[in-house]
Design a protein around this ligand. Structure first.
Ligand SMILES: Nc1nc2c(ncn2[C@@H]2O[C@H](COP(=O)(O)OP(=O)(O)O)[C@@H](O)[C@H]2O)c(=O)[nH]1
Ligand SMILES: [Mg+2]
Length: 201
């Protein structure tokens, strides 16, 4: 049946899977972002902020947050039938820094979420990826009520290299988050290509 209907079916191609990190300060929207796009029920390890945790978890500017991710967020999104992303949300608090190196293993790139009301909370993540040469894209999560700033002034405040992309997004919106993820993948692939080209004899 070489010419039968079944031969017209596209052969199944094992999708390429890429690992993307989602980083940024506490309460910036990492869990929300992963939840907005994940096809699997996002795996979360959250604990209700306890009285005991309050002196450590700085809630200033994070009005409605009652849970905190203690380990990580994990999700999956199929960007194309042959391209699947695995998303790993990094823990937002300084006391979980020891998990980062483990999470960063094998990551193609990262999204650094930023909130214009607390830009300084993104510095640590940006430093981390810069130092390790992990390609990243900055996505400003546009909370309503937060002042909007032109991209250029946010870039300046974050001291971003010219080649680092900065986008505006809504972490709750699937299409918006997808755009960010596509940008991260494209940016990382361009950089990987360049590294290949320079490494070639
Ligand atoms: N208004 C608004 N709220 C958001 C947005 N993204 C996240 N939130 C809320 O902000 C709080 C912190 O978000 P979360 O995803 O838990 O932050 P994380 O600590 O980075 O994982 C939650 O109550 C979210 O519902 C957004 O784009 N707009
Ligand atoms: Mg979270």
């Amino acid at each position: 049946m070489a010419f039968g209907r079944s031969s017209r079916k596209k052969p199944y191609v094992e999708p390429v899977t890429l690992k993307i990190l989602v980083a940024g300060g506490f309460g910036v929207g990492k869990t929300t972002l992963v939840g907005a796009v994940s096809e699997i029920r996002p795996l979360r390890t959250e604990e209700i902020l306890s009285e005991a945790g309050r002196p450590v978890d700085d809630l200033h500017g994070v009005e409605t947050k009652t849970t905190t991710t203690v380990a990580m967020d994990f999700g999956r999104i199929t960007l194309r039938e042959d391209l699947v992303l695995y998303l790993f949300g990094t823990p937002g608090q300084d006391r979980f820094w020891f998990l980062w190196d483990e999470l960063a293993q094998g990551a193609l790139g990262a999204v650094v979420l930023a909130d214009t009301r607390r830009l300084e909370d993104s510095f640590a993540a940006i430093d981390y990826f810069e130092r390790r040469g992990i390609p990243f894209t900055v996505a400003v999560n546009c909370f309503e009520g937060a002042r909007r700033f032109p991209a250029e002034s946010v870039r300046g405040a974050l001291d971003l290299d010219p080649e680092v992309e900065l986008l505006m997004c809504d972490a709750r919106d699937r299409e918006s988050v997808k755009n960010v993820l596509v940008a991260v993948v494209e940016h990382a692939l361009v950089l990987a290509d360049r590294t290949h080209a320079t490494a070639a004899p």
